[in-house]
Design a protein around this ligand. Structure first.
Ligand code: G3P
Ligand code: CA
Length: 225
C-alpha cells in the first residue's frame, strides 16, 4: 500500500515547502503530493490556495505576483514558496511526485517540465502522477502527452470519476476517503484503476481505509501508515 505525503508531511512541517517534502522522504514515503499555481510571470509555484493570505506573511492572489516576489515572502519558520522545479530537484527520483493542478492554466507548463526531466535527466513517466479536480486540465495534459500518468480527483461522485477515468485512460482515481467502501474500491480496481484516497489522518480512519485494500493513502502523517 503506497504511502503518500500530503503537501509533503503537513502534519509535521509547513505544507508545500522543501522541508515538508524532505520530512516526507525522511518518513520513507513512496510519493509526495503537492499543489501548483502559476505566478504572474508564468512560473509553476507550489502553493495550495489561490491566495497567499493563509500561508505567508502577505496578502493577495498568487497569480498577481512574480516568482521573485512570491519567493521573497515568508512562510512559518522562514520557509519559502518553492517552484515545482525546485521540488523536482530536491526529490531527485527518491519517490514519485503527485502534482495537483489547481488551475487549468498550469497544465501546459507542467507537461513541458515533466518532459524536460524525462528527456534531459532520465526520469521516468512513473515518477509522476498529475491530478486535478479540474478535469479539463487533465484532458489538456492528456492531449499534450498521453504518456503522463493521470489521477482523477473527486470529492463528490465516484461514478462520474470512473466514467472520466475510462475516457482519459487514467492511472488512478483519488477520492475523498469518505466516499469509499470495500465494495466500490474493489469495483474501481476491477476496472483497472488504482485507488488513492485523501486525506486520511486519524488512526481509526487509516485502519478502516486500509481494510478496503486501497492502493495507497494520501496523508499529512506518513508515519501513521
Ligand atoms: O490530492 C488530494 C488532496 O490534496 C486534494 O485536496 O484541498 O488538500 O488539495 P486538497
Ligand atoms: Ca492537494
Amino acid at each position: 500500500m503506497l504511502k503518500i505525503g500530503h503537501r509533503g508531511a503537513r502534519g509535521y512541517e509547513p505544507e508545500n515547502t522543501l522541508v515538508s517534502f524532505q520530512k516526507a522522504m525522511d518518513l520513507q514515503v513512496d510519493g509526495i503530493e503537492l499543489d501548483v499555481h502559476l505566478s504572474l510571470d508564468g512560473e509553476l509555484m507550489v502553493i495550495h490556495d489561490e491566495t497567499i493570505d493563509r500561508t505567508t506573511n502577505s496578502k493577495g492572489e498568487v497569480n498577481t505576483f512574480t516568482r521573485a516576489e512570491l519567493q521573497n515572502l515568508n512562510i512559518e519558520n522562514n520557509n519559502k514558496i518553492p517552484t515545482l522545479e525546485e521540488v523536482f530537484d530536491l526529490v531527485n527520483r527518491r519517490c514519485f511526485i503527485n502534482v495537483e493542478l489547481k488551475s487549468f492554466d498550469s497544465a501546459e507548463k507542467t507537461v513541458t517540465l515533466i518532459e524536460k526531466y524525462i528527456q534531459d535527466k532520465n526520469w521516468e513517466y512513473s515518477d509522476f502522477i498529475v491530478s486535478s479536480f479540474d478535469w479539463k486540465a487533465l484532458q489538456d495534459v492528456n492531449l499534450r502527452n498521453p504518456k503522463i500518468p493521470i489521477g482523477v480527483l473527486t470529492e463528490a461522485d465516484l461514478d462520474e470519476a470512473l466514467a472520466f477515468a475510462k475516457i482519459i485512460k487514467a492511472k488512478s482515481i483519488h477520492p475523498d476517503f469518505q466516499l469509499l467502501s470495500k465494495e466500490n474500491t474493489a469495483q474501481l480496481q476491477e476496472k483497472g484503476f488504482e485507488v488513492l484516497p485523501w486525506t486520511v489522518n486519524e488512526p481509526a480512519d487509516i485502519k478502516k481505509i486500509q481494510s478496503f485494500n486501497v492502493n495507497g493513502i494520501i496523508t499529512d502523517f506518513p508515519d501513521r501508515i
